[in-house]
Design a protein around this ligand. Structure first.
Ligand code: FE2
Length: 277
């Protein structure tokens, strides 16, 4: 397995985000036009795991994650992969923090333009769910990262759980400017985030499997830090621990918004790990 040395980078506290958050006052409703950086996008496309250099208060995150468990528990979701619904129901649980109709069971879906348009056609709009009041610190983080415009959730991968290899962009239509970000709260020792190129996958008994393990970029993300999980390429998560669940905030940051773009520009400039070849 290829592993990155990307983990230990510059440490930038939430104070830096607060500075940038003041920019949001001028950008509350719409993405910024004509500010895209093609070089930034090209770099991000080949970085498997990108530490965003942002550290959060893990104790507060753990307290709030426990509060969610007390409040409603985590509900198993079938996901949007109908063929593998049973696998997802066994492995994956989650609740929305930003969703629809104040209902934390809704909005657990890649934020593709088609999906969001379908939701809008039903007359619904995105917003904090019933869980938001229980987890003010998580909501503060989502707001500081300017990630409140798209769905966000707390997601659990149970012991021995895994998903299927999939890409959000290739075949599903998530925009390449929409970056998938995780902030792990509980991270088992034997959990890994894995990324590989489409060319390294073959289908065995209906499931995609890597041909060459040395071309799988595998990483265990640090808790309390924000890491971008490459969703352009095919990726999977595997919990090889038989006792502990992985609990993570999963959110989406748009490069056509100034705060996310600045965070990603800084992180890419500091990155010295492997690239997907
Ligand atoms: Fe994914």
């Amino acid at each position: 397995m290829a592993t990155g040395n990307w983990v230990e980078k510059q440490r930038v506290g939430v104070g830096a985000i607060r500075e940038m958050a003041t920019l949001r006052q001028h950008d509350r409703l719409a993405p910024i036009a004509n500010t895209m950086n093609p070089e930034l996008q090209a770099r991000l496309k080949i970085i498997p795991h990108l530490d965003l250099g942002l550290e959060f208060d893990l104790d507060r995150l753990r307290l709030e994650a426990a509060r969610i468990t007390d409040y409603v528990g985590y509900e198993s979701r079938a996901g949007n992969v109908a063929l593998h619904g049973d696998l997802y129901r066994r492995s994956w649980q989650g609740r929305s923090l930003i969703g629809f109709e104040y209902d934390s069971r809704k909005g657990i879906h890649e934020p593709t333009p088609e999906y969001l348009e379908g939701v809008r056609r039903k007359g619904l709009s995105l917003g904090p769910t019933d869980l938001a009041a229980e987890v003010p610190y998580m909501m503060e983080i989502i707001n500081q990262l300017d990630a409140c415009h798209l769905p966000a959730r707390v997601m659990v991968i149970v012991p021995a759980g895994h998903l299927v290899w999939h890409s959000h962009m290739q075949g599903r239509g998530q925009l390449p400017t929409c970056m998938t970000v995780h902030i792990p709260i509980e991270m088992p020792e034997r959990f890994s985030y894995e990324v590989t190129a489409n060319e390294n996958l073959t289908r065995v008994h209906g499931f995609l499997q890597p041909l060459d393990p040395s071309k799988v970029y595998s990483a265990r993300y640090p808790t309390g830090r924000a890491t971008c999980f490459n969703s352009y390429h095919y990726h999977n998560v595997v919990n090889r621990d038989f006792e502990q669940s992985r609990i993570s905030i999963m959110l989406f940051m748009e490069l056509d918004r100034e705060i996310p773009r600045r965070i990603f520009e800084r992180a890419v400039a500091a990155y010295s790990g492997p690239v997907i070849g």
